[in-house]
Design a protein around this ligand. Structure first.
Ligand SMILES: NC(=O)c1ccc[n+]([C@@H]2O[C@H](COP(=O)([O-])OP(=O)(O)OC[C@H]3O[C@@H](n4cnc5c(N)ncnc54)[C@H](OP(=O)(O)O)[C@@H]3O)[C@@H](O)[C@H]2O)c1
Length: 317
């Protein structure tokens, strides 16, 4: 990373989180290990993982084989929706640290403010379903995300394996505010979708005004929308002017907005390209803000709607 952007952001604990992270969602088994290895060789030191991605063991092996000291890495993972009962949190956390061979996590997030029902045997499972294949949501526990947070807080016990930070993902402003008012240990970050087609200026403004750290996921539009965003005329114009790829413009813009940015690729040349980010000229930065806010067909890429829930409804008010 180069070019006038902060390489790290300071969290409320004083810890420094690398501003660029490497994403591992939809990176297939058999591919993800090589991708992580290449990212680490390129210089990425922040890897974003999740139980639900189903590839943590391969990610962990690549991290271990890199030989990079653990203390130089920032490793994040996430608690899956099936394990929101406070008594299930610790077991799941330790499964993930074991999978990742990480010893501890730098950051452990509640992946979604959505809790799934128990499985038919009364035990937690990844995807409990009814006979028609619909995922079963526990609506009461979904509302009671503070109790899940209590389970997260209990992890932070100062032990060697404890997560150094805990945080949230996909929380809207109302839920985030409420959790902050109830928390004994404050969430260190909120990881949310933010990209040119879904810039969330009100969320960014609220975080800034309240001293909170956001992480931008799907900054390139994820698999489904990256072609469209990378070909956007404003993005292409600014990229051409600076002699860089559209991808670098989209990623740099997020860091310049104050957000940690998480970019995924399994393609070596792209992994390298995405690493070299730069500060946009003020007029270009403002143009990105303006044109993203006016994006014609604004929509999220990631919007699972389990159990008919509009998880983000308060963000659309
Ligand atoms: N908390 C959550 O709920 C949540 C949700 C979504 C994502 N995330 C995290 O955020 C990370 C990033 O988001 P994402 O994976 O959804 O999407 P993304 O990083 O916005 O986009 C990834 C897509 O862009 C392509 N790409 C990457 N670099 C490129 C380049 N320089 N030029 C052209 N195409 C390029 C990739 O293709 P190739 O891989 O084929 O190169 C892939 O199809 C995830 O991997 C995950 O760690 C979190």
């Amino acid at each position: 990373m180069a070019g006038g952007l902060p390489t790290h952001f300071k969290l409320y604990t004083g810890a420094l989180i690398p501003s660029l992270g490497f994403g591992t969602w939809q990176a297939a088994k058999g591919q993800v290990g090589n991708a992580v290895a290449h990212a680490l060789r390129t210089g990425y030191r922040h890897i974003d993982c999740a139980w639900d991605y189903g590839n943590e063991a391969e990610v962990g092996a690549a991290i271990r084989d890199s030989g990079i000291p653990r203390s130089e890495l920032w490793i994040t993972s996430k608690l899956w929706n099936g394990y929101h009962r406070p008594q299930d949190v610790a077991e799941k956390y330790h499964q993930t640290t074991k999978n990742l061979n990480a010893g501890y996590l730098d950051l452990y997030l509640i992946h979604w403010p959505v809790a799934f029902s128990l499985g038919p045997d009364g035990k937690p499972m990844d995807y409990p379903r009814d006979k028609d294949g619909n995922v079963l949501v526990d609506y009461a526990l979904t509302d009671d995300y503070v109790s899940t947070w209590r389970g997260m807080e209990q992890l932070v016990d100062g032990s060697e394996t404890a997560p150094r930070h805990i945080g949230i993902s996909n929380f809207n402003i109302r839920k985030w505010k409420h959790l902050l008012s109830e928390a004994k240990t404050r969430p260190a970050v909120n990881q949310c979708e933010m990209n040119f087609a879904w810039p969330q200026p009100e969320l960014v403004k609220w975080a800034k005004e309240n001293g909170q750290q956001l992480e931008a996921y799907a900054p390139l539009g994820s698999g489904a929308k990256s072609k469209e965003l990378l070909a956007d005329p404003t993005v292409v114009e600014i990229a051409t002017k600076n002699g860089v790829s559209p991808s670098r413009v989209l990623l740099s813009w997020q860091i310049q907005r104050g957000n940690v940015v998480l970019a995924k690729s399994v393609t070596p040349a792209r992994i390298e390209d995405n690493f070299f980010l730069f500060k946009l000229a003020e007029e270009d930065f403002q143009k990105m803000e303006k044109m993203s806010a006016a994006y014609p067909n604004k929509a999220r890429v990631v919007d699972p709607q389990w159990g008919g829930l509009d998880i983000f409804q308060d963000w659309k008010q």
